[in-house]
Design a protein around this ligand. Structure first.
Ligand SMILES: Nc1ncnc2c1ncn2[C@@H]1O[C@H](COP(=O)(O)OP(=O)(O)OP(=O)(O)O)[C@@H](O)[C@H]1O
Length: 666
């Protein structure tokens, strides 16, 4: 039902004496005439008053009546005509009064002028009044303000939880935000708020108040964080924000690496940890370059181990690794093969020198060209065991392409510029040919990553803890809220905590990575995985291997990728065979309680034995009907290359940032 609206009262000019309005000028003239007669009577009674003084006094009265006329019609409710008419009436009346005071109101000229004035003002009045009434009608329609609604006085029902949250938000300086919804998750809960429509509170301000909310709710540091809400059709909403309260504080927990050794596919996502709200972090390393940034001791090596563990479960992937720290990270993964316990290493190629890394990058480029020229799969290569993806993992890229990573003068090794250019080109061209990169560095600055171009190619970023907010900014360029959150992950308890950014919109979420173990425990875990996964990674396809071999032979000493003088030859890989620093054997902790299902993978070809200088012999084939891995993607959309699964059964109309596909893996 429409509410009746009262209008403000309008002017005296149109309203009072509405029925006899035409008499107004006559009343006015009569009033002035009576005033003139009164002045005459008073002056006659005082013959000693000088004429000039009487004239001046009435002149002042005239000026005052003129001003009164003009002021009476001030404001936007009167027309200009009304103001002119009243001003002129005041001026005429004042002038006449002055004249009548000095002479006499009964003198012929005074009488005639009074009559003429009355006639003129009476004649003009209807037009002035008509204009005024029209103006008032318009004013009433357009400008009249509604009276305050009576309903405002009636107390409204308030959801007590909404009132509590809005009160809390207001107490930390987020007044005007409206509580909309609450969603429980595995780590705690999240509330959805609408920002005030005045724009007085922005998303950034909410992020800035997370510290204050932690204090107000007595939560540990880093357990409250904000995330923009997303509409059901995937658009980020400017006015709605989820605030997460991670009661469980997953960021400070240690999440042991699941003892899962079943086979996977690179076309599906694999878990690497849990988001702060308890949902799994799933990575899909397809058509994307990943940049991992974290200062020493924040968990880079651990994350690389987790990634190698999961990649080496894939039956359609070839893993190459650049490890310029003398192979410290790669060697444990080679150990079962070096010990002769398995017939193939899970890492297909390891480069521990800049020269070998150059060979690898040039070989990668040859593979990309060979695949592009062959036109496999139309616009892009879909990895299979017959034509596997190649993932190049590089631990500490600063040692390879950083500003200070120059080789010895005259050592015949690659130039820094060549390495930067080759790596950048490979990342650019590799994605459609199933050649992708995982790069790790201590800082995200251009001096450490070689070039801005190279860094900008890495759409998937993972931040693992930095020393300063500036460093945090260099990971998630231009994203102050994320940088702030990353800079918070600095205490011991949050080691292995990560901030992960999706390439298609920059949304960032905190989480905790699975822990692969420390020291000997880590080495034992690696040994076990490298043993159990030995047959999973595919050999490089024959045509690709030939192209890589030919390209590598053009460099340096003419040795290649395959054959006796290939990548595993004593001349190039002898240092990897040295058993320094690694515990002797892990033979007794081999497949125990959770013996994995054997992979249903094709037996590596006999040709594989020749690659690897005779050391890389065919492994046993798996029994028929062996169980495949259960992880799968139901859908993906074009460029979205990794994402996050949503907890099932969410009721909210407005989603948190969650994906288009679901992983069914536990
Ligand atoms: N996910 C995790 N959960 C719990 N603790 C972790 C995790 N990741 C790493 N840590 C802890 O942090 C320490 C450092 O980890 P890691 O060696 O992987 O760091 P890093 O960044 O590679 O350091 P460096 O460059 O010195 O090798 C580990 O010894 C471990 O105690």
């Amino acid at each position: 039902m429409a509410r009746s609206r009262k209008v403000q009262p309008l002017t005296w000019l149109g309203r009072p004496w509405r029925d006899r309005a035409w008499l107004h000028p006559l009343y006015g003239t009569a009033t002035v005439y009576v005033a003139g007669s009164t002045i005459e009577a008073v002056v006659s009674a005082h013959p000693d008053w000088p004429v000039w003084a009487v004239g001046a006094a009435t002149g002042l009265v005239g000026a005052a009546t003129t001003a009164a006329g003009v002021l009476a019609a001030a404001g936007d409710r009167f027309t200009g005509w009304a103001r002119g008419y009243l001003g002129a009436a005041g001026l005429a009346g004042g002038t006449w009064l002055t004249y009548a005071a000095v002479t006499s109101p009964y003198e012929p000229k005074a009488v005639v002028s009074a009559l003429v004035g009355a006639a003129l003002f009476t004649g003009a009045y209807p037009a002035v009044r008509h204009a005024q009434l029209e103006h008032e009608a318009h004013y009433r329609a357009v400008r009249a303000r509604p009276a305050p609604p009576v309903a405002a006085a009636v107390p409204q029902f308030r959801n007590p939880e909404a009132a509590r949250w809005e009160g809390l938000l207001a107490s930390v300086g987020l007044a005007g935000c409206t509580y909309r919804d609450r969603e429980e998750n595995r780590a705690g809960f999240a509330i959805l708020i609408s920002l005030p429509t005045t724009g007085k509170v922005t998303y950034r301000q909410v992020v800035g108040k997370c510290d204050a909310l932690e204090i107000a709710t007595k939560m540990p540091e880093g357990t409250v964080h904000a995330e923009r809400a997303v509409s059901p059709d995937g658009r980020t909403l400017a006015s709605e924000v989820w605030i997460h309260f991670d009661v469980e504080d997953i960021l400070t927990k240690t999440l042991p690496m699941p003892d899962d050794h079943t086979p996977l596919s690179i076309n599906a996502a694999f878990p690497v940890g849990l988001f702060a709200d308890g949902e799994p972090i799933l990575l899909k390393l397809r058509e994307i370059a990943m940049l991992i940034v974290g200062v020493r001791g924040r968990g880079k090596t651990n994350l690389l181990n987790v990634i190698i563990h999961q990649l080496s479960r894939c039956t359609d992937v070839v893993i190459w690794m650049i490890d310029l720290k003398g192979g410290r990270a790669a060697k444990p993964w080679l150990k079962p093969w070096l010990d002769g316990k398995v017939k193939r290493p899970v890492l297909d190629w390891v480069a521990t020198t800049r020269t070998e890394a150059h060979r690898m990058l040039v070989g990668g480029h040859a593979l990309i060209e060979q695949r592009a020229n062959a036109g496999y799969g139309g616009s892009k290569v879909e990895p299979t065991r017959q034509r596997p993806a190649v993932i190049v993992i590089c631990d500490e890229i600063a040692a390879l392409v950083g500003q200070h990573a120059r080789g010895q003068k005259g050592d015949g090794g690659p130039k820094l510029y060549d390495l930067i250019a080759q790596l950048t080109l490979d990342i650019q061209l590799g994605r459609s040919e199933a050649v992708d990169f995982v790069l790790a560095t201590q800082r995200g600055t251009v001096t450490m990553t070689g070039s801005g171009d190279l860094k900008s190619q890495c759409e998937l970023r993972a931040g693992l803890g930095v020393t300063s907010p500036q460093d945090a900014q260099s990971v998630f360029t231009g994203n102050a809220p994320a940088a702030k959150l990353l800079a918070k992950l600095k205490d011991k308890a949050t080691r292995g905590a990560v901030l992960i950014q999706d390439g298609d919109g920059g949304r960032i979420s905190p989480g905790k990575l699975h822990f692969y173990g420390d020291g000997d425990a880590m080495l034992a875990n690696v040994h076990r995985a490298a043993t159990l996964h030995a047959n999973y990674p595919a050999p490089l396809d024959e045509a690709g291997a030939r192209a890589v071999d030919a390209a590598v032979r053009k460099l340096y000493d003419g040795s290649g990728y395959s054959g006796d003088d290939g990548r595993w030859s004593a001349a190039r890989a002898e240092h990897l065979y040295a058993d320094d620093g690694l515990p002797p054997e892990f033979s007794d902790d081999e497949p125990a309680a959770s013996t994995p299902a054997q992979p249903a993978v094709a037996e590596p070809t006999a040709r594989a034995s020749s690659r690897g200088g005779g050391s890389c012999r065919p492994g046993r084939s798996a029994p028929r009907g062996a169980r495949r891995g259960s992880s799968r993607c139901t859908t993906t959309n074009g460029r979205r290359l990794w994402s996050i699964s949503r907890s099932p059964g969410s009721r909210s109309r407005t989603r948190r940032h969650r994906p288009m596909w679901t992983a069914t893996r536990p």
